[in-house]
Design a protein around this ligand. Sequence first.
Ligand SMILES: O=C(O)CCC(=O)C(=O)O
Ligand SMILES: [Fe+2]
Length: 348
Amino acid sequence: MTAGADARGTVTAPPAPPSPKQPSQVFDAPDLSAPGAVLTDAEIDFFVRHGFVVKKRLLAASAANAALDRTWRHLLDRVPMADGKGALRQHDRSTWVSPAWGPMPPTPTDGPHAGRAPIVYSGATVKLHDLGAAGFLVRLVPNNPKVRRVAEGLLGNLRPSRRTRGVYALFPTRQDEGEAETRIADALLPHTDQVCQQLNACAYLDDVPPHGGGFTVYPGSHKALFHAHRFAANWSPLPHFAEVMREVATETAPLELTGSKGDVVFWHGRLVHSAGVHFGQHIRWAVFADFTHNGETLSDDEHRALGQFEWFKDTRLLRSDIETTTCEGKDDDAHPEAMWRGWRLAGR
Ligand SMILES: O=C(O)CCC(=O)C(=O)O
Ligand SMILES: [Fe+2]
């Protein structure tokens, strides 16, 4: 049954899962592709079971390099450094470690960037949201025919892509001594994303070595989190959401996805994930993109009224969404079809 009436759910902010958290394990995802196939059965099975699949070197290296050069220019142009603390330089790795950013202006409360700074720079993280709609990024990831065919093969008819979330960089930091396992677990911030979450992509613009900030996923968590929402896609956490997150964080060993320039991780919108631990010397460069069905969506003002307007994401609440209770108890491995209703992969 499709919920045509109120597809918005009851929204309450979930508390963060506490420690102890499981440390992540470095994971080089298997290459399950086959020449000429957009998606193999093995890739689809992997995605259904684990909630993600990695398409290796899906982006051309030359295009990733060009995008990275433009991203560097934008970052150097727009992100201020702290006075007297030394400049950041693209081709001087010694400047990459623990960069001292200038102060961030307050988050805009109105205008086009209300609710989220156009660029977030804090500690080791830089999120270039304002670059997210740049043509070269939209062409490289969500509108790249190779990426789009995979997303369509998994999800079906897609809402036209207008933007990405931007480029997310994780810089190397000076490391304190400490027990590696504790540092790894403590550094993780398992969470799920909001607004409307069906399918997402994380594309690497450069190689991501072990413990180099690889996107980190909690395999299989998409199934439990699916049932921790009232609706299949729209942000609609149920009262037991926090408990489910706690169980995932304490019981599931997260996988830190190492990879190469051009790899694209496709991940289910309900998959628990985190930015990865980073003890290395490289910068982790990733473009995040959102995909949803091409259904009717709420207006921007309706999102604002619900406190759900996130301008930097290419996703909007669906006016008609599926009630997860109608899928209850049927998404085990023997009957995987329930939580995949409406997905193209279910029809293969
Ligand atoms: O940068 C990453 O690896 C993860 C970012 C993320 O999960 C988010 O911004 O919601
Ligand atoms: Fe996230």
